[in-house]
Design a protein around this ligand. Structure first.
Ligand SMILES: [Zn+2]
Length: 306
């Protein structure tokens, strides 16, 4: 009896220590870059190499890895969502366990997305988003993956909504002047046809500006890699690999946000040819940065310290 009491006392004394250790373990697991998934470790390694020779701006850059488009396609096919609501599945966290939804195993669907999904990346509001399948698709070719990451970082650093909006209105004004001249010649045009024509023109201008910003991001991303010591043609190889892998169009479609492969390749090749990395590196001022991993919001954050 006395022995039982002593054991009970010991358990009571040890319990807070045990709970504290669980808390510390969970905190470290959820916040330390040591315990993050291997794809995040790859991002950290590549961005460290890029940041050592490139100014990546003064703001934080957030990286997030999600399940990707394959997951939303399948979710739609399996009637798990209505057309407009399937984006939710696109952004599901691939490192989290989910309960079944209407009898469908979402964890299995996530594994299929990893296997069958392709290369996907975009930048939005300071966040570089990549599908987990992108890492499987590039495999050992991490230099090509670095190009995609450089391209998306360029969108975060260099894209400016205000500049884009000014460019758009300037272009539309010019079209308006042309349209007015055109309408003067033909006063019988119906108003709604004119409205359709205006919308179509606006769409063409927006797509043209988007393609210009893609070519700029290609070049800025390629510069980052060249400055960081990657071979000069790495991003040209990446464009070829991406086009083959994703079976992208080679000709530019006027209604597309991205130029076709031929235009993109030619533009990047010409820009790289004229680029002098030593001029940039001579004026480059090294700086420090730190990383924060947040498992709960599925993000790895690059924080420049200047
Ligand atoms: Zn882009």
């Amino acid at each position: 009896m006395q022995n039982q009491k002593t054991i009970l006392n010991k358990i009571i004394i040890c319990l807070p220590v045990f709970l504290f250790l669980i808390f510390v373990f969970n905190f470290v697991r959820n916040n330390s870059t040591l315990f993050m998934p291997k794809e995040y470790k790859t991002i950290k390694k590549l961005v460290n190499k890029i940041a050592a020779k490139n100014n990546l701006g003064d703001k934080e850059i957030i990286f997030s890895i999600a399940n990707g488009r394959y997951m939303s396609w399948r979710a739609k096919e399996l009637d798990l969502c209505k057309e407009d609501e399937c984006w939710y599945f696109n952004n599901l966290n691939p490192y989290k366990k989910y309960k079944n939804l209407r009898g469908i195993n979402l964890n299995e669907l996530g594994k299929q997305a990893y296997l069958y999904g392709g290369i996907e990346g975009y930048a939005w509001r300071g966040i570089v988003w990549l599908s987990r399948s992108t890492f499987r698709s590039y495999g050992e070719k991490t230099d090509l993956l670095a190009c995609t990451i450089g391209h998306e970082i360029s969108h975060v650093i260099f894209d400016s909504h205000i500049n884009d909006s000014i460019k758009l209105s300037e272009n539309l004004k010019n079209i308006e002047i042309e349209n007015n001249n055109y309408l003067k010649k033909d006063n019988n045009k119906e108003d709604n046809k004119n409205e359709d024509y205006k919308n179509e023109e606006r769409n063409f201008v927006e797509m043209e500006l988007s393609r210009q910003s893609e070519k700029k991001a290609d070049f800025e991303g390629a510069k980052m890699l060249i400055n960081a010591g990657f071979p000069k043609d790495t991003c040209l190889k990446e464009l070829k690999f991406l086009t083959e892998f994703e079976k992208l169009e080679t000709e530019t479609n006027m209604e597309s946000t991205h130029p076709g492969y031929l235009e993109r390749y030619k533009s990047l090749e010409k820009s790289i040819d004229n680029y002098d990395k030593f001029a940039y590196l001579n004026s480059f001022k090294p700086y420090s940065w730190k990383w924060k991993y947040k498992r709960k919001i599925n993000s790895l954050i690059f924080i420049p310290i200047k």
